[in-house]
Design a protein around this ligand. Structure first.
Ligand code: 13P
Length: 316
């Protein structure tokens, strides 16, 4: 199955009250580990990268890896650009074959955020690329984006409704109390706000700042409308710790492929665990839903249509 955008995978997830895991990968090995994990438990999956990772490898390189890894894959995989503030990089990724992008203009005033988001949608949609945008400001550090606690603020439900009515998004990321990076103290999640925004926007919501949330929090957020869950810091820890632990345990070997294998196995196990928790195991595309095992953005219109600016499923 070829790479997919996130549109249908998130609509289905929202309808069926599970979430698709979105894992911030770092290189070929971690990308492959996340995809193989999804294959093992038959789940749709989103592999995403921050602009910093793209700066390091180049977006063409990453998309070639994704195509290669997913060529014979029987689960839907989206390659998604996470938290991007720069229009040129968004365009570059779209041109290089990325299937999904997040425009993050959340630090700008509402109108500016909306206008940049609409601009991205105009570029992305004709190419079948899905779009996510953020409102409010999610605290913490996500690679090169750092939001101090006193600058973080939650998304307003009225503004969220207006934003999503104006912009034809595939996924909406309202700030709801989670934070990127490692939590200092108990996370204070505004569950009522998630419920309210989910009802008012009727869009699949993205839950950012997944690392460090308890199983109960994940399950509750997903039941309230979060259909995409982002995990980054946990992957970074798994990446480094597994390498170092293997090295420390077998210091005399000096065979890097062993360390790399330990990284692969550790990341794959962590991704499988999260996929199962999010309820997406066993939810990979099935022929009966799309009439084809090779469903892609171009034949989407047969099963979904836009109604009042929403993607509506027409049935099997
Ligand atoms: P964590 O680093 O807390 O897992 O957050 C990931 C995220 O939301 C990426 O956008």
């Amino acid at each position: 199955m070829s790479l997919e955008n996130m549109t249908e995978m998130l609509i289905r997830a929202k309808e069926r009250k599970y979430a698709v895991g979105a894992f911030n990968i770092l290189d070929y090995n971690s990308m492959k580990a996340a995809v193989r994990a999804a294959e093992e438990v038959k789940a749709p999956v989103i592999i995403q990268t921050s602009p910093k990772t793209i700066e390091f490898w180049g977006c063409r390189t990453l998309s070639v890896w994704a195509e290669e890894i997913c060529r014979d894959s029987d689960v839907p995989v989206a390659i998604h650009l996470d938290h991007c503030r720069e229009l040129p990089l968004i365009k570059e990724c779209i041109d290089a074959g990325w299937t999904s992008v997040m425009v993050d203009a959340s630090s700008k005033p509402f109108e500016e955020n909306l206008s940049l988001t609409k601009e991205v949608i105009e570029i992305a949609k004709p190419k079948g690329v899905s779009v996510e945008a953020e409102l409010g400001e999610i605290g913490g550090v996500e690679d090169n984006i750092s939001v101090r606690d006193d600058n973080a603020y939650l998304a307003d439900p009225n503004k969220s409704e207006l934003f999503c009515r104006e912009a034809s998004l595939d996924c909406f990321a309202p700030a709801v109390g989670t934070a990127h990076g490692v939590y200092r103290g108990e996370p204070k999640i505004d569950f009522d706000r998630i419920e309210e925004i989910s009802k008012r926007t009727n869009l699949p919501l993205a839950l950012h700042g997944g690392t460090g949330l308890s199983d109960e929090i994940f399950i509750r957020c997903i039941s309230l409308g979060c259909a995409k869950v982002n995990i980054s810091t946990q992957i970074k820890y798994a990446y480094i710790d597994s390498f170092v632990n293997y090295y420390n345990a077998y210091k005399t070997e000096y065979n890097p492929l062993k360390e790399i294998t330990a990284q692969f196995d550790t990341i794959k196990t962590a991704v499988i665990e999260k996929i199962k928790l999010f309820g997406s195991a066993g939810q990979a595309w099935r022929e009966k839903y799309y009439g084809s095992t090779n469903f892609n953005a171009s034949n989407r219109s047969g099963h979904y249509h836009r109604h009042n600016n929403r993607m509506v499923y027409k049935g099997e």
